[in-house]
Design a protein around this ligand. Sequence first.
Ligand code: PSU
Ligand code: MN
Length: 303
Amino acid sequence: MKLDIKPHIQQALKEGKAVVALESTIISHGMPYPQNKEMARKVESIIENEGAIPATIAILNGVIKVGLSEDELEMLATSDAIIKVSKRDFGYVLSQQKHGATTVSGTMIVAALAGIKVFATGGIGGVHRGAEHTFDVSRDLEELASQNVAVVCAGAKAILDLSKTLEFLETKGVEIIGYKTDVLPAFYTRKSEYPIDYRLDTPEAVADLMHAKWHNGIDGGIVVANPILENDSLDETLMNKAINAALEEAQAFTITGKELTPFLLKNVKEATKGKSLDANLALVYHNAYVAAQIALAYAKKTL
Ligand code: PSU
Ligand code: MN
């Protein structure tokens, strides 16, 4: 596969420096304009301020890009001709020279090809509620099973079935680390009712785990579950109400497949009068900050 990696990122990877991958579905399909564009720029600057190198990943005119220009970020934030790219969309988007925003699964594939080991996002996809009837399980979980990338996220949203998501991750052998937490964070809130077996409290400890796993030949992804900061977190009752209303709406309009996650995000935002978007922004920034520190610690170990 031919990747178009920005020269300074290519150089950093060659020298074993700290690079953090960023996804683009969150820009094109996860947030409205102009907050999406502001977010895309700010996550990059947070990573840079920590001394690591951000690499936002997308497909432009059928070329896989690792590292984007200002104009390219703007286009991803504004155009409605951007295809949401999970693994099954690559062939079409590349061969038809389309634009694509990569999901967690799409971004993990490209990050692994480029040799980027740490990836910051908001929340991972998972097993949707009612999956026993719909079979709707995000491709993200399969890619977490097979790609050697550590994904820093605020857990998974309560639009999903968290219990089934954890079971699926366990079956697939995905390591889940609670970063300064003993329970799975639920995206907008710091806690869910689901305990996580392993908790680590420093970037160095996470880097040690990555190194121990991969350098002993155990392949696969790692979820670093990093709770939203207390000050940014939302009220659980309010969120559950908004999420349940969004789920009912999705059913009423028979929204399925790749449209479902963006639909739910948009509805929850409207129901919370934008509060969910503010929280979403805050947790993405916090994840970028922690991911940069982990990437730096990992780079130090592998030099
Ligand atoms: N969760 C969020 N915001 C998002 C997504 C998930 O809070 O924008 C995006 C990510 O790109 C994730 C994708 O990989 O949705 C999952 O989509 P699906 O459920 O269709 O697999
Ligand atoms: Mn799906």
